[in-house]
Design a protein around this ligand. Structure first.
Ligand code: ARG
Length: 304
């Protein structure tokens, strides 16, 4: 397979969609590794397997409708495999194998049959101390946006998944890209006070637009930089509650087609009426309770 990912919105040809089956028992608070799941467990509203199976099958239907080739990871018994995004990621023709949080490390083996389709020359393994997950990596033509945490508490935070060392290595692999590192607020237990991955606070849409949540960034300058790159009029700002609902984490199938949650009325209307985008609405409320949404559920392999 010839990988090709130059941006977030080019016409999608092939993708990996995560796997909702055999999701395992409800995690304990101590077992949770993101603030949204922590909150869901605490409030006794962790999703049921049948509901997340239904939501992902709705997502798959939309992908098939647009003739996208869909790969799935093999099922690991009692293991959460919904969020394909973080396990590996594609930049241009390279597949970078993430050094994911240890709690999720077993997920990678389930992708072996997919990774094996890529020539070994294009598969990049990183040194052990370079931490990175695909949710923190946003490819946007000459730009590579990377979410990270420069918090002195990095080592103790389960929600800090990408470090400076990994960013330095990506600079060497992609010397022509303008790498923009963005310091994200972190909290392992309070979903309104931290951002798990960059794609929970910022996501490009269409040819030149984006969705963004200002308070996700430690430095207002980082937010301002993104605004300068896209142009203020091209940025759809979401509020605290909308960030919590995961508005930024929608998924583009083409520059003019976005898959979104049907609950995101204010944003979906804006996409349609102001930006002329077709919005494929699906139910995804239950999956949102586990700390990710539509972008997180996918790992794009080829875009036109
Ligand atoms: N790209 C993303 N935002 N992925 C969301 C992953 C959520 C998952 N519960 C985790 O903590 O790893």
């Amino acid at each position: 397979m010839n990988l090709n990912i130059k941006n977030e919105t080019g016409k999608l040809k092939s993708v990996v969609l995560g796997q909702p089956k055999s999701n395992g028992p409800i995690p304990t608070l101590a077992e949770s590794y993101d603030a949204k799941s922590y909150n869901t467990i605490e409030n006794d509203i962790y999703p049921k397997e049948e509901d997340i199976v239904f939501e992902m099958s709705e997502f798959e239907k939309v992908l098939k409708k647009y003739d996208v080739e869909v790969f799935r990871p093999k099922i690991i018994k009692d293991y959460n495999q919904v969020f394909a995004r973080d396990v590996a990621f594609v930049i241009e023709d390279k597949m970078i194998i993430s050094n994911i949080i240890p709690d999720r490390a077993d997920e990678q083996e389930a992708y072996r049959h997919i990774i094996d389709k890529v020539s070994w020359r294009n598969v990049v393994n990183l040194p052990e101390k370079a931490h990175i997950e695909g949710g923190d990596v946003i490819v946007w033509d000459e730009f590579l946006f990377i979410g990270t945490s420069y918090s002195p508490d990095y080592r103790n935070l389960k929600t800090a998944r990408t470090n400076e060392y990994a960013i330095e290595i990506l600079k060497e692999y992609f010397p022509k890209k303008r790498i923009i590192d963005l310091d994200l607020k972190k909290s392992d237990t309070k979903p309104y006070e931290g951002i798990l991955h960059l794609d929970c606070t910022f996501n490009p849409i269409g040819e030149d637009k984006c969705v963004i949540y200002k308070n996700g960034f430690v430095d207002e300058d980082d937010y301002q930089l993104v605004l300068d790159i896209f142009g203020e009029e091209n940025c759809f700002n979401v509020n605290d509650e909308e960030m919590f609902q995961m508005f930024p984490n929608v998924f583009s199938i083409a520059p003019d087609v976005v898959v979104s949650d049907k609950a995101f009325t204010r944003m979906n209307d804006h996409f349609r009426n102001e930006w002329g985008i077709t919005v494929e609405e699906i139910p995804y409320r239950e999956i949102s309770k586990m700390g990710g949404l539509l972008r997180c559920s996918t790992l794009p392999l080829v875009r036109e």
